[in-house]
Design a protein around this ligand. Sequence first.
Ligand code: GUN
Length: 302
Amino acid sequence: MNGTEVARTIREDVRPGVAAFAAAHGRSPGLHIVLVGDDPASHIYVRNKERAGTEAGLIVRVHRLPAEATVDQVLAQVQALNADPACDGILVQAPLPAGIGKHGTERVFDAIDPRKDVDGLHPHNVGLLVQGRAALKPCTPSGVIELLDRLGHPIAGKHAVVIGRSEIVGKPMALLLLQRDATVTICHSKTPDLKDTCRRADILVAAIGRPGFVTTDFVKPGAVVIDVGINRVDSRDAVVGFFGADHPRVADFDKKGSAVVGDVHPAVAQVASAMTPVPGGVGPLTIAMLLKNTLTAATARG
Ligand code: GUN
């Protein structure tokens, strides 16, 4: 399943809406990203979001704070964006630095104006999601639904198994699949019969953050497999183990010194009827849905 291609069509669908908003309001929708600290992966994600947003016609601003920033400083940044009429969407890039802590992270995300919450992670929007009436839904899981729809994979009546129960992917993914009339099982690190449960899935979503965790013995032949993992691997042996010694991905590793792999072992492609690659699967969809959410938020605010 080519996520890059589907993401391109979503972005093309967003562009006329952005142009219409700009014509009606004399300004383009504004996406504001708060980036705290210097996590290298976060910097790459934010750069990609900035580029895609600008290409879609949005005004994208990145607000950088140092790794030592206090919770109050991050809160002050969020509050300034809540009050800024030119700001339609606020995204605080996760994870926040360790010093902010779990409670501090919750305070920051809770401070975002729910109408500008383009991540769909504010408790207000999560509540609406539970009730099946959210306008702003978390980008990665809503991107997965778009992918299944646009590639013609039915959801209703299917058994969907989600591995992972994070607030950002696992939980909202399960809710969105349920909303579409799938029978949904959520698995996690304490699930005793994980492999057997996964093997019953018609749609298997892996969102655990462990490279190549889902092997062929987790997958029912013909299942649709969605790989949400983005894992950086520094071991050449591991990359050879995934792809085989002669694979171009190994040559690529030798150039870069690392590789990005998913939660699903590449051999699963031989068992599944369809599968998302990493990279080029779910990642680009997440960004496309962020742009769509920004347009939705801007249009709703008027
Ligand atoms: N970090 C990794 N993915 C995401 C995302 O979709 N939103 C935010 N805010 N942080 C992330």
